[in-house]
Write a protein that binds this ligand. Structure first.
Ligand code: PSV
Ligand code: MN
Length: 413
């Protein structure tokens, strides 16, 4: 965003407001909803990972311990005012503590307090089901000892979530197979269901469980929870406090994610969304304000699970991106900016007009009305919201001015 002063922003906001008022759209209402939007950032996006066949390149200054990840997440919130929670990955954030026993629960009190001192809190709790011993799978491992240990790990995570976070646990399983015949597919599914049953039944009843699906990884032939239907079937079998977690990157190309969202919202179950851009049929890239993101927000708004009047109805939102080449903090700030743009576009959609056209099966006009909002430059609304919240107008540019990057590059050499 170009540098503009407060007076200019107000003028632009006013002009856009007048234009949209003619279509019956209340720009102030859109702005207030936008201000209420919150998205979590994951601790792991700031941490040490990368490497592979191109060597060990990592963007400079990865956070090397849990506290550093928390400070990076707090910096993101300071600049955006929109990410007041950091999602944690038990066993990854503190690799020395995989947390198989009850005693670990209170080990998370100290970092939680540290997060609060930095101005943020803990969000979703992620068990780590893909570390040592899980090369044949996690909750469906053929090794009963591995299954037992990981079920206990999930149980501990549920207690951490209930006691030190928001009561939300999100699960991603690396379970699948590489060749036909390698595993009994029926048995794998059964084992996963039994494990979830045990975890759900033993969890404090304030805990909400979201099950994430992914087309592949690491299994290249089969994946136990490969799609929304598989995740939903498990969630349905558990109870009201279980739902599906959609990750934008986890679908084959061409899959209509907005439609999946519509279907899931319509079930009335809890849900969540991990944002990124699906370029690689995986979850690597920062969010861009593209048509898919806009269409997804349109469904979330229709279902009143984003910026809801009753925040308890909101789905759980998190950015999940890998940032293997780009500066991580900048990349996350860019994603939040992109999400806010997409959300704002969806907030100014002329729904009444669209519904009328849908009723009449007016294919082209309905599409044009849908695109009207998408093609509108909504940045005056976003800038006005930031101005009112005393936030930098461009979080990415503001980050570069903080000197934080230079500081961490020195400290984390
Ligand atoms: C693996 O694909 C993954 O990126 C999932 O999306 C999880 O949400 C994340 O890792 C953390 O386990
Ligand atoms: Mn994810």
């Amino acid at each position: 965003m170009a540098r503009v002063n407060g007076k200019k922003i107000k003028e632009r906001y006013h002009m856009l407001g007048q234009e949209l008022a003619e279509a019956g759209i209340d720009i102030d209402q859109a702005k207030e909803k936008l201000k209420a939007f919150e998205v979590e950032v994951p601790s792991w996006v700031f941490g040490v990972f990368g490497g592979g066949r191109f060597g060990d390149y990592m963007p400079p200054a990865p956070a090397r311990d849990f506290h550093a990840k928390i400070r990076d997440a707090a910096m993101v919130h300071k600049l955006t005012g929109a990410s007041p929670r950091v999602a944690i990955h038990v066993g990854w954030d503190k690799p020395e503590e995989i947390a198989f026993e009850e005693v670990y629960v209170d080990h998370f009190a100290e970092p939680r307090d540290y997060a609060r001192e930095q101005g943020i809190d803990f969000g979703a709790v992620n068990p780590t089901l893909f570390l040592t011993g899980t090369h044949y799978g996690s909750l469906s491992s053929p090794l009963p000892g591995v299954r037992r240990a990981l079920i206990q790990h999930c149980e501990v995570c549920c207690r951490i979530a209930a006691k030190h976070a928001q009561g939300l646990v999100t699960y991603w399983l690396p379970d699948g197979s590489n060749y036909p015949g390698q595993r009994d597919l029926w048995q794998q599914e059964q084992l996963v269901r039994e494990a979830f049953r045990q975890i759900y039944d033993s969890a404090p009843d304030t805990v909400v469980h979201l099950i994430e699906y992914k087309l592949f990884e690491p299994g290249t032939y089969s994946t136990v929870i490969a799609d929304a239907g598989a995740a939903a079937a498990i969630a349905d079998s558990l109870g009201d406090r279980a739902g599906v977690l959609v990750d934008m990157g986890h679908h084959p190309f061409g899959v209509n994610v907005a439609q999946i969202v519509a279907r899931l919202v319509n079930t009335g179950r809890p849900g969540g969304f991990h944002f990124n851009t699906r370029y690689a049929a995986d979850d690597d890239h920062s969010v861009e304000p593209n048509i898919s993101m806009y269409a997804i927000f349109c469904e979330l708004i229709k279902g009143a699970v984003v910026c809801a009047q009753d925040p308890a109805r909101n789905w759980a939102y998190m950015i999940d991106q890998c940032s293997s080449l780009e500066n991580r903090i900048r990349a996350v700030l860019h994603s939040i900016d992109s999400l806010q743009i997409s959300l704002t576009k969806a907030l100014i959609l002329d729904r009444y007009r669209l519904e009328a056209l849908q009723q009449r099966q007016d294919i082209i006009l309905a599409n044009r009305v849908f695109l009207d909002a998408f093609l509108t430059d909504v940045r005056p609304i976003l800038q006005m919201a930031r101005l009112e919240k005393d936030l930098p107008l461009d979080p990415v540019a503001a980050y570069d001015e903080t000197g934080y990057q230079q500081k961490i590059e020195q400290e984390r050499r």
